[in-house]
Write a protein that binds this ligand. Sequence first.
Ligand code: SF4
Length: 369
Amino acid sequence: MATLAEVLNANTREGELYEKLERGFVRCFACGHCCRIPEGQIGVCKVRFNRGGELMVPWGYAAGLQCDPIEKKPFHHAYPGALAYSFGMLGCDLHCSYCQNWVTSQAIRDPRAVSAPMSVTPAEIVQDALRQGARAVVSTYNEPLITSEWAVAVFKEAKAAGLVTGYVSNGNGTPQVLEYLRPWVDLYKVDLKSFDDRHYRQLGGRLEPILSTIRALHQMGFWVEIVTLLIRGFNDSEDELKRLTEFVAGVSEDIPWHVSAFHRDYKMTDPQDTSAQDLLRAARIGKGVGLRFVYAGNLPGQVGDFENTRCPGCSELLIERFGYHVQAYRLTTRGTCPKCDVALPGRWPEKLEKQIWALPFLPRRRAFR
Ligand code: SF4
């Protein structure tokens, strides 16, 4: 019986995000590691490899397919209430000990991570998304940057069908991969895990490529939202949160910042689960540095107004949420406040989609675990 590595190696094709070097080496540009890979070897992500002087990349399968509210990604300023169809492959360029998608992201690296890939075409993914009423198609579950050629193939089909596209990513990008994605990706969520380079090195990365990616995404016109999973003793100090949020505000005060609650998962089982009070403290720090849209996530009903969107001009309540559920939506068809006509930054539908009301996702009336 074939091993997972053998199955994945068979589901590949030559990549586009690389250059050929001397003596059969290749340089991959899909993520900030920029691996220089000798013939017969694999990159840090363990899913891109050098075969005969060509970079082979994942192709033709999915390890996860699911339709959820777009708020779960989370995007709060893009098509509220719409359904987002998520697809994922396997592998990651980081190895976070608290990963909440480790079954897909750490495949190959960790023998306990078992998630069977299924053969699928881009057209089949898009047809399934349309069948389920999705408005958006999102690459997530594994790190999408390392499987960008496949994501772009899916997004070409998705855009032809009139769908919005998105990445849910750790943001460890390069200028080359962002240029490659720019025509095909509308929404980009970055998981900004810390503002300490030592912490990023523990996770297998570096802080600077992530910060560069966030600046570039904003300048290039992607719609960007940022998430920080708040972990006690790891990234929750006043000083670190202040520097992190000041950085985001320095790129743009209009970038939504989501701070979400950690729960014990995978190999990180020491820190206590994040409380609503922890989230509120972090959210107030974000507000204090000037961020205009701060959201405290995944503890529905426990974080007060930090689930909602208010007008930056007159503070009118524009979008009211409970968890992923949009309970009230008051923007005009032009994406402005009905009271003072200030435009809300984001990507808004020209009119309310039927599914906002017809197909709501109802979260449980308690904290998600
Ligand atoms: S995606 Fe990143 S980790 Fe994987 S081979 Fe390319 S540069 Fe290396």
